[in-house]
Design a protein around this ligand. Structure first.
Ligand SMILES: NC(=O)c1ccc[n+]([C@@H]2O[C@H](COP(=O)([O-])OP(=O)(O)OC[C@H]3O[C@@H](n4cnc5c(N)ncnc54)[C@H](O)[C@@H]3O)[C@@H](O)[C@H]2O)c1
Length: 344
């Protein structure tokens, strides 16, 4: 890691030292500032201390240890269950979504002040519901790392989005339902409110949770949102295109490039308003991990809620939408009604 300032601060036990736990490299903003994209870097840049490294791979533990200060008191173990209770303020689970319930129970037994789970919440809606129950029974705040919520560029984009003027939204995604689609669904729930019903489009790949099923959501407020899966192109796809009454906004290249067009009368044809692009400044690759830890550290220090972060109940609502998409695809594109959201 370069550019990290290392200081005493809230302590973190980090479980899962793979790509998002420790390896995803920092990228640069056009002005040269780094955007950190893994938990090991983000904790330190946010002013925290990683005090425990957990991963079955000794090699990954060793590599992660080499990136922490010499003087840090570190426990390095293969499983969360080997950690001693009370050893860290926060437990982060950057582990794969399967066996999350066991991992969460082990994390709760450590009696931390908060737990951060990587997305998606778990590998199924039944285990997801159990996770929500376990978190609520333990009265420990559990958050899920939907990092676009805390990314500064995405926050500025959302702040400029007049939700009441949105007429229709389209998201385009690759990399699977539980991957990019889950980020898009988290955004649509956070911006447009609960989803009333879901319908897979007939071109969907039924039955595969790893697939990129195209689907439509209708929100409680009556907005239609289309999510188009694009698994078969040779570039990364995570885009949004939002149509407002007098503007069109969105982002390309995995959120790095935001765009905005505004209506102007008689642009090319008399009597026909067109759209004129309004420059949006520099491209900004998405991070949000450092800001996520800053929000978490502030919340545990003050005891106040952390409204910027995705709660376990909100992440469960994402999972319910994804589950409904798979059921709709298996049912030949039937409409699946969702019932009341768990986080509202
Ligand atoms: N928020 C994001 O932008 C983002 C980006 C990438 C991945 N993720 C999510 O993070 C999670 C991990 O993905 P990844 O790509 O880093 O996976 P990965 O396979 O690269 O790494 C997972 C690591 O967890 C370790 N592990 C497995 N079970 C464990 C356990 N019980 N205790 C401790 N360590 C354990 C593995 O040995 C491995 O080192 C997934 O849920 C994925 O969806 C999120």
């Amino acid at each position: 890691m370069s550019g990290a300032s290392i200081q005493p601060g809230p302590t973190v036990a980090l479980a899962g030292l793979g790509r998002v736990g420790a390896h995803a490299p920092a990228v640069s903003l056009p002005d040269g500032r780094p955007v950190f994209r893994n938990h090991l870097d983000a904790v330190q840049v946010a002013g925290g201390r990683v005090v425990s490294l957990v991963d079955p791979s000794a090699e990954r533990r060793k590599e992660a240890r080499s990136r922490l200060p010499e003087c840090a008191i570190i426990s390095e173990v293969a499983t969360i269950a080997e950690l001693k209770p009370g050893g860290a303020d926060i437990v982060t689970l950057a582990t794969p979504p399967y066996e999350r319930l066991d991992a969460l129970r082990s994390a709760l037994a450590l009696r931390p002040k908060a737990i951060l789970l990587e997305k998606p919440l778990s590998d199924g809606v039944a285990s997801g519901a159990e996770l929500v129950r376990a978190a609520s029974a333990a009265s420990v705040p559990v958050f899920v790392a939907y990092n676009r919520r805390t990314d500064p560029g995405m926050r500025a984009f959302v702040d400029g989005l007049a939700v009441e003027d949105v007429r229709r939204a389209v998201f385009y995604y690759g990399s699977g339902l539980t991957n990019y689609a889950s980020h898009a669904v988290d955004s649509l729930l956070a911006w447009f409110g609960p989803v009333r019903s879901v319908q897979a489009m007939p071109d969907g790949h039924s039955g595969s949770d790893r697939g990129c099923i195209s689907f439509n959501c209708i929100t409680e407020s009556g907005l239609t949102v289309h999510l188009i899966g694009l698994p078969d192109v040779n570039y990364d796809v995570f885009e949004a295109d939002i149509f407002l009454a007098d503007a069109r906004v969105g982002y390309r290249n995995n959120g790095a490039e935001k765009f905005r067009y505004e209506a102007r009368g008689d642009l090319y044809y008399p009597g026909y308003p067109g759209l004129v692009e309004v420059p949006q400044g520099m491209a900004r690759p998405v991070g949000g991990f450092v800001e996520m830890y800053r929000a978490l550290f502030a919340a545990i220090e003050s005891g106040a809620p952390a409204p910027l972060l995705c709660t376990v109940a909100q992440a469960f609502d994402v999972q319910r939408v994804i589950d409904a998409v798979v059921r709709s695809a298996k049912g030949g594109g039937c409409i699946v009604a969702l019932g009341p959201a768990s986080s509202h």
